[in-house]
Design a protein around this ligand. Structure first.
Ligand SMILES: NC(=O)C1=CN([C@@H]2O[C@H](COP(=O)(O)OP(=O)(O)OC[C@H]3O[C@@H](n4cnc5c(N)ncnc54)[C@H](O)[C@@H]3O)[C@@H](O)[C@H]2O)C=CC1
Ligand code: BAL
Length: 498
């Protein structure tokens, strides 16, 4: 990937045509009420566009069109190989428009162009392609046959799916969900986060150009109460998949219980521990992993390594090496390809992160916040009861807790309401495996920090997750349901004997 210069990115930004309507039944349209809301560039405060501000009436229309599309089978019963072709065409169109999408994503979210170009867009394409390729390979089984019966286990698309999205990886999280949902044959109603709607609308337009039939992918922009809740409570939506905060995620369980008992899959917050034992090898490499895990995407990442639990004997050296690596994470204009920390997504979120910095007693690195931008920050806390060690900050802030041994480290790591990701750094293979088993998290990495990749399931234990997993073939489970078809093969004579 060859990156352009800051000026070249600015020139692309100046020429972008921003989508503004809701995308329902294959076309852009204003909100039923005519209302709009502003989406701004968090790095400059500049208004980028005014977008349709939808409400329950628009959700109803989108669901009606999605249901029509699902029931008449224009997508749900299309031959799997044809569905695959459409999604592969979409991937090609995203590739052709990658640069514009990367700039649009960066402008709308404050993410660095470096990340958008090297991670968000390529990973989005990779994810959609992976699920498209799976379409004609993973469904339907025949149960062990006997002479007088055979059973087929059919995996059918679940129906109309509601997707309520976060703002931290607008396109990539969309791909995580529409990849398997569309592959399965579902029709989809998406509510993007109100902070970051633009690229989702653009992707819907590209999907249409790729041949996705109208009504299959609908985008309803707007607020949580106005659009998210009506999706959660809709009587004709069969399942909802949500990514965002634990507080909001739990509301979908209520919405479901009080409406049609729709399936709910929740991918929620994290306070992910990185445990470093005294026998960890190559502390410089460990520091690099932790810095990347803590500060990548400005720490606006549910899987961020936000808690460092470190053995007292290696703490000082590790912190020194962390400081060395963190200095390379410069704050700056997101459209400058040299920038590693862009703007936080919104003024409100910036204020929330700053309020945590104000509570920090012992900042050992960084701590400066200015007009939407926050430095890579390391804070030592006295123990795990400190607010900075317990709450999801969702900014570039790493909390450090010292421990004296393995058991204490694991106890501390698990002492959280969350359980999304965790990591353990040790050279002792038995300790690594015992630790990985004991850590209560959906993804545990050993001697590295990460989320796995498209082939591995992603989701949380405890209050980090509910109901299913994103990524891998397991992601298809949530968008499908199993039907057993039991066929009697016995002839009449046999039946008479029975
Ligand atoms: N797990 C993750 O990836 C994310 C976690 N967060 C966490 O959440 C905190 C707050 O950020 P928010 O953007 O406010 O998260 P949020 O969880 O409230 O928002 C996520 C989505 O839910 C929608 N929503 C909000 N209220 C709703 C409601 N009552 N009913 C239905 N839908 C609703 C939003 O419009 C957005 O599309 C962040 O500081 C961070 O800690 C935020 C975004 C992503
Ligand atoms: N890191 C991808 C999942 C999320 O932040 O929501």
């Amino acid at each position: 990937m060859t990156l352009l210069t800051q000026n070249e990115y600015k020139a692309i930004a100046a020429d972008l045509d921003m989508p503004t309507g809701a995308f329902i039944d294959g076309k852009f349209r204003p909100a039923a009420s005519g209302a709009t809301f502003a989406t701004t560039n968090p790095a400059t405060g500049e208004e980028l566009a005014r977008i349709a501000s939808c409400d329950a009436a628009d959700v109803d229309l989108a669901v009606e069109k999605a249901r029509e599309a699902f029931d008449d089978g224009r997508w749900s019963r299309m031959h799997p190989s044809e569905r695959k072709d459409v999604l592969i065409r979409l991937c090609k169109l995203i590739t052709r428009n990658a640069r514009d999408l990367a700039v649009m994503e960066s402008l709308d979210s404050g993410k660095t162009i470096y990340d958008c170009e090297t991670v968000d867009i390529p990973e989005t394409i990779h994810c959609l392609k992976w699920h498209a390729e799976a379409i004609d390979k993973i469904y339907d089984q025949v149960s062990p046959p006997s002479d007088d019966h055979i059973a087929m286990v059919l995996r059918e698309p679940i129906g109309v799916v509601g997707l309520v999205m976060p703002w931290n990886f607008p396109l990539l999280m969309l791909a995580w969900k529409i990849g398997p949902a569309l592959a399965a044959g579902c029709s989809v109603v998406v509510k993007p986060a109100e902070e970051t709607t633009l690229t989702t609308l653009r992707l819907a337009e590209l999907a249409s150009e790729a041949g996705l039939p109208r009504g299959v992918l609908n985008i309803v922009p707007g607020g949580g109460a106005e659009v998210g809740e009506p999706i959660g409570r809709h009587m004709d939506i069969d399942m909802v998949s949500f990514t965002g905060s634990t507080v909001t995620g739990k509301k979908f369980l209520t919405y479901s219980g009080e409406s049609n008992a729709k399936e709910v899959v929740l991918e929620m917050g994290g306070k992910n521990p990185a445990v470093v034992m005294d026998d960890a090898e190559n502390l410089d490499r460990v520091a690099d992993h932790i810095v990347n895990g803590a500060f990548w995407n400005m720490g606006e990442n549910c899987s961020a390594a936000s808690r460092l639990i470190v053995h007292k004997d290696v703490k000082d050296e590790l912190l020194m090496r962390i400081a060395h690596h963190a200095k390379q994470w410069n704050v700056g204009d997101p459209l400058d390809p040299e920038t590693r920390l862009g703007a936080l997504v919104s003024k409100a979120h910036y204020n929330k992160v700053c309020s945590y910095l104000e509570q920090a007693d012992n900042i050992v690195l960084g701590g400066k916040a200015d007009n939407g931008f926050v430095e890579a920050t390391v804070v030592e806390v006295s123990d795990n009861t400190d607010t900075l060690a317990r709450e999801e900050i969702f900014g570039p802030v790493l909390s450090v807790i010292e421990v004296s041994g393995f058991d204490e480290a694991i106890l501390m790591a698990n002492d959280t309401e969350y359980g999304l990701c965790a990591s353990i750094f040790t050279a002792n293979v038995k300790r690594a495996i015992r630790g990985a088993r004991a850590l209560r998290a959906g993804t545990v990495t050993v001697n590295s920090f990460g989320e796995g990749d498209i082939t591995t399931p992603f989701g949380g234990y405890k209050q980090s997750g509910f109901g299913g997993r994103d990524n891998s073939v397991h992601a298809h489970d949530q968008y499908t349901q199993l039907k057993t078809m039991w066929i009697d093969l016995a002839d009449d004579a046999d039946e008479a004997v029975d």
